[in-house]
Design a protein. Sequence first.
Length: 105
Amino acid sequence: MGIDVAPFRVDRRGTSPRHRRFELLDVYIDRDEEFTRACVGSNLPVLTRAKPYGSVVLLPEEMDQFAEELRTSAGSGRPGFLASILVLADRCASDRSTELHLDGD
């Protein structure tokens, strides 16, 4: 299995992490591991943080850079599957109450 991409809306009640509630907004499932190969083969800082066996949470402050790296990858001959992920990243960039989770196996 590949690296799945899921935007979550985060409801923060107070300062304790225990009081955070997550609402799944959408999901991109990397069934063919295309996104995984794009991340592993990349030399871009945010994309290389995504690992096939682990999880990375991108905060709203990182979303613009992640989206730009996706655009760079898509513009360099990468397959069109990145467009789906770019839509999720743009959604998170426009809503500061969201996080983007990159979840490997």
